[in-house]
Design a protein around this ligand. Structure first.
Ligand SMILES: C[S@@+](CC[C@H](N)C(=O)[O-])C[C@H]1O[C@@H](n2cnc3c(N)ncnc32)[C@H](O)[C@@H]1O
Length: 414
């Protein structure tokens, strides 16, 4: 087995496009791992990689570029602050503000988000920040939260004074901010959106898409679209605007923030103003969640008995048929959340998103449907016409001939 086979495996696992990242960078990481394992040929390493638990993760850790710093790009954080103060805080029915940063690398980005929110005057219980990365090594460093000058380029020294304590080997982020971020190991390629049903108001996905090929970029943007609430905002990296072409996101009109809204609604983000809100003390919000005792479990069980998944989907279908799309969407999500993934629910939710104009979200769901049920006729047909609309006749033909193979015996059941 060759170097190419190993880098192919890495690309499959992480999405990183070997041509974009560059074979020399990948070769260096592989060579370093081989030296660590006392192996001197690619063929043996390939076998080890496939057989040894943990070796693929070690190679992933070795390959990743964790380059990041506090308030990177600055403008997205100004924009986040404007959004929170001018939009979110004014909402009469606001829920917890949910934010995802993926990839979060060594933590500077999600912690910058946390500091921004605290400086807006939000209480820790007002928001939740999830931070995900594929590198366990970076996540360990993120949780440790000890940083050197390298992470503070361009950062106001006052900010460092306010939120960090000087220690022997750098600066440690104060506990009250550390506790505001929940770190998780995860891969953007395998985020299971409908199972989690976690919908976010804001997603930061910066400086990752650029390393993917077009197909992976499109898949990831479809997933993120699904995870983002209507009117939610997606922040991407400054070199990644080109990836958004053909997707159902709309720039919010702040070019240097690289921020996109999911809806057609124009979001007005006014210019930055100086904020004087002092830092609020926090309690650990993730530890605040109290699991209820038996009473809650009993209530949950009796609710389950009342729930009929087929009926919920049927209701969703009827609501969709009469154009009540938001309610239909809600029912489908309820069904997925309570009864787990099913091809029917993914397909129906896909049709609803399609009707709402969310093409990439719909496409993602049809793909989920055929993943669960490879001969799901309607999903294959929808995927074929999506591909046609995008001018990809070859892909359309593949979906169509797959659907034709399965058409026999399906007619009449639809
Ligand atoms: C250049 S850093 C970007 C960090 C931060 N978002 C920023 O813009 O400063 C890229 C990160 O992507 C992570 N990464 C690469 N592939 C990934 C994947 N498939 N899923 C999740 N994270 C991934 C790497 O581990 C690395 O920490």
């Amino acid at each position: 087995m060759s170097l190419e086979a190993i880098s192919g495996l890495l690309q499959k696992a992480t999405g990183l496009d070997v041509d974009t990242v560059g074979l020399p960078v990948i070769r260096q990481a592989i060579d370093d791992r081989m030296a660590e394992c006392n192996i001197n040929n690619y063929s043996t390493y390939y076998t080890i990689l496939n057989k040894t638990p943990g070796e693929l993760q070690a190679l992933i850790n070795e390959t990743m570029v964790p380059e990041t710093w506090f308030f990177r790009g600055q403008e997205p954080f100004v924009c986040l602050r404007s959004y929170v103060m001018r939009e979110w805080m004014l909402k009469p029915d606001k829920d917890v503000l949910r934010i995802l940063t993926i990839p979060c690398s060594t933590g500077e980005e999600p912690y910058s988000v946390a500091i921004t929110l605290i400086e807006c005057g939000l209480k820790p219980s007002d928001f939740a920040i999830d931070a995900i990365d594929v590198s366990t090594q970076s996540l360990d460093m993120a949780k440790e939260a000890v940083y050197t000058d390298h992470s503070f380029r361009g950062v106001d020294p006052i900010l460092r004074k306010n939120y960090f304590s000087k220690i022997e080997n750098g600066y440690r982020l104060n506990r009250n901010i550390r506790d505001l971020v929940k770190f998780e190991h995860g891969n953007i390629l395998s985020l299971d959106c409908p199972g989690n049903m976690a919908l976010y108001d804001i997603i930061f996905c910066r400086n990752l898409l650029i390393y993917f090929n077009k197909e992976t970029q499109d898949n990831v943007l479809g997933k993120l679209h699904f995870l983002l609430k209507n009117n939610g905002i997606l922040f991407i990296g400054h070199g990644e605007a080109g990836c958004m072409v053909g997707h159902d996101y709309k720039s919010i009109g702040k070019p240097s923030a690289f921020a996109y809204s999911k809806s057609d609604k124009e979001i007005f983000v006014p210019p930055q103003r100086k904020l004087k809100t002092p830092l609020k003390r926090r309690t650990n919000q993730h530890n605040n969640i109290k699991t209820n005792n038996n009473a809650g479990i009993i209530e949950e069980c009796s609710k389950k008995k009342e729930r009929d998944p087929t009926k919920i989907l049927e209701d969703a279908r009827q609501l969709a048929n009469i154009g009540r799309l938001a309610e239909a969407e809600q029912k489908c999500r309820e069904n997925l959340e309570t009864d787990g993934p099913s091809a029917e629910a993914f397909y129906l939710l896909g049709v609803i998103l399609d009707a709402q104009g969310n093409k990439s979200g719909a496409e993602y769901l049809y793909k989920r449907a055929i993943y669960l049920c490879p001969d799901h006729y309607q999903s294959l047909i929808h995927l074929a016409s999506h591909a046609e609309r995008q001018g990809d006749m070859q892909k359309a033909e593949i979906y169509r001939s797959r659907s034709e193979k399965h058409a026999v015996g399906k007619v009449g059941k639809q």
